[in-house]
Design a protein around this ligand. Structure first.
Ligand SMILES: [Zn+2]
Ligand SMILES: [Zn+2]
Ligand SMILES: [Zn+2]
Length: 267
């Protein structure tokens, strides 16, 4: 045996483990219960994310980078095992208490950011200064009609609804008699600007078909402005919806705007 071969036999070079194909990897998933305490820094109790370090003087004492720098400035014992576990961990969505059944990666990535879009995430009240927050749906609507005493209109998807909206009226609640889904007509304005009308859906579940809304404002002189746009879910941000801008002179002498709202489902 040549020297080189002898060496190889005595000290076999570890072969890289072949990456599993994603399908196979998926089959390996299982649900486990985990005590989340073990993912906290032993010194500052902060939530651990890689890199994490083993503290050499106490078994099972794992720290974050900052604490490791303080405790053991000269050594660096990364706990790669725990880091690998973290990478594969999924935890219940933080809004699970509100009914969400999704799991989110323990190490939050900006790409798959479920939390932001989570259907059960609390949204602020439609009234800008109000501190109330609730997930979309019944709670929001109940709050709007009971606390703020906003008018609620019943409508049907097939029939346009005509309302007369006062200049300073910030919103109307709309309820589809077909399926009970709630919508809110928002009127965002300030002293200097036009009135901007948009319709958002305010429901706990996502409708299976896309909703659209056609808004038509008519002035006393018969001028018309209209907008036909998809209805988005209320995301808590004012002014990001597509809206119909209506100048102040569209309002009648009685201070009201003639507005037709037609929410419909596309076939
Ligand atoms: Zn720490
Ligand atoms: Zn969620
Ligand atoms: Zn409120």
């Amino acid at each position: 045996m040549r020297q080189q071969e002898k060496e190889r036999a005595l000290h076999p070079v570890p072969q890289p483990v072949e990456k599993m194909d994603p399908k196979e990897a998926a089959a390996e998933w299982t649900t486990v219960r985990l005590q989340l305490d073990i993912l906290r820094c032993g010194r500052c109790n902060g939530r651990l994310t890689p890199p994490v370090y083993d503290y050499q003087f106490e078994k099972g004492f794992v720290t974050c980078r900052e604490c490791q720098k303080i405790l053991e400035p000269s050594s660096s014992n990364r706990n790669h095992g725990l880091e690998t576990v973290m990478e594969s961990l999924s935890i219940p969505c933080p809004h699970s208490a509100h009914g969400c059944n999704e799991y989110v990666p323990y190490l939050r990535s900006s790409i798959a950011n479920h939390e932001k879009d989570c259907h059960y995430a609390p949204r602020p009240c439609f009234v800008k200064v109000c501190p109330f927050e609730a997930p979309n749906g019944a709670l929001q609507v109940e709050h709007l009609t009971e606390k703020h005493r906003f008018t609620i209109y019943n409508f049907s998807y097939d029939v346009p609804l005509r309302v007369f909206m006062r200049r300073a009226e910030p919103l109307l609640v709309l309820k589809a008699s077909d399926d009970g889904v709630h919508f809110v007509l928002l009127n965002s304005f300030d002293k200097y600007s036009d009135h901007n009308f948009s319709v958002v859906s305010c429901s706990q579940y996502r409708p299976s078909k896309e909703m659209f809304c056609k808004l038509t404002a008519t002035s006393d002189e018969g001028m018309e402005l209209s907008l036909d746009a998809p209805v988005k879910e209320w995301n808590g941000f004012f002014g990001t919806q597509v809206s119909l801008a209506v100048p102040g002179y569209f309002y009648g002498e009685d201070g009201k705007l003639d507005l037709e709202i037609h929410i419909y489902v596309e076939d």
